[in-house]
Design a protein around this ligand. Sequence first.
Ligand SMILES: Nc1ncnc2c1ncn2[C@@H]1O[C@H](COP(=O)(O)OP(=O)(O)O)[C@@H](O)[C@H]1O
Ligand SMILES: [Mg+2]
Length: 320
Amino acid sequence: MIELKNVKKNFGDLQVLKGIDITINDGEIYGIIGQSGAGKSTLLRCINGLEDYQSGSITVDGTPVSRDDPKKLRLLQKEMGMIFQNFNLLNRLDVYDNVALPMKFWGMKTRTPEAREKITGLLKLVGLEEKIHARPSELSGGQMQRVAIARALVLDPRVLLCDEATSALDPAITRGILALLQEINEKMGITVIVVTHQMEVVKQICQRVSFMKDGVVLAEGRPEELFVKPIREVKSFLQEESGLLPQQGVNVQLFFTDKSSDPVITMMARELQIDFSICWAKLEDFRSSVYGSLVLNIDEKDKDAVLAYLDKVGVIWEVL
Ligand SMILES: Nc1ncnc2c1ncn2[C@@H]1O[C@H](COP(=O)(O)OP(=O)(O)O)[C@@H](O)[C@H]1O
Ligand SMILES: [Mg+2]
């Protein structure tokens, strides 16, 4: 378990983390989303001890992450693999030696049968066995990130930290990388922390997510909770406004979860014998479930009946 309690961090006068409280469970895929400059990378770097913080506490399975004891910190860092947007591979080394690099840092032999088995096994996992002697410059972006993932796993970490790992990749390649991260999480039981500004990433793989803005966590929950019925700041981050709504009548926004996917709208029209227009709607995939929301414009005179009906059938609503 990774626990952050009231973590504060500044660069000079600039306070970048303003009291962060987050708990990440073992085996979870946890997302941290927010605009550029929100403090996400700094937070990740504090978690693996690359950055110091001024106050609060960060612990990994009870062990404090602290730069006061460099030896202890290095052992802790061994438990946390990390991947980045720009892959950070060394072009003078082939794929095998790039993956082996962390072993070299730890003074481990990289040509023993065990090491070979380890590295080829990881390259198989990421689907790059046949590229074992290629140079990074001969690989596509997606392939380079796969090498970086293999490298991040070579010391058998318990946690994988991903900083904008798919931000430089196109959507199809991104889906492949995310599927791989999910596979690693499930097969190896590794906790995955995903820092991103891409909502798609969080939607596809995260079990829980924190939304960060200006060094503060403004919302936390399951992605479907955060994005289907977003708070104002999340809405503006998603640049999602319901657009122009009619001035007349009453605009009611409905939120659907998996459980309320019956044909509520048509049933309501029939049962209440009323007409209305649908002004705006969206449906979204979250891992394996579909969630949606839509805005109805109804007559003022129908308002009470409609809201009572929605309550009766258990649909969450909000008058706009
Ligand atoms: N090493 C640094 N020195 C000074 N300011 C920094 C440093 N690293 C990040 N910052 C500042 O901290 C804020 C948060 O940055 P960062 O954590 O990179 O955000 P994000 O990853 O969400 O884009 C930004 O205002 C950034 O300019
Ligand atoms: Mg960043």
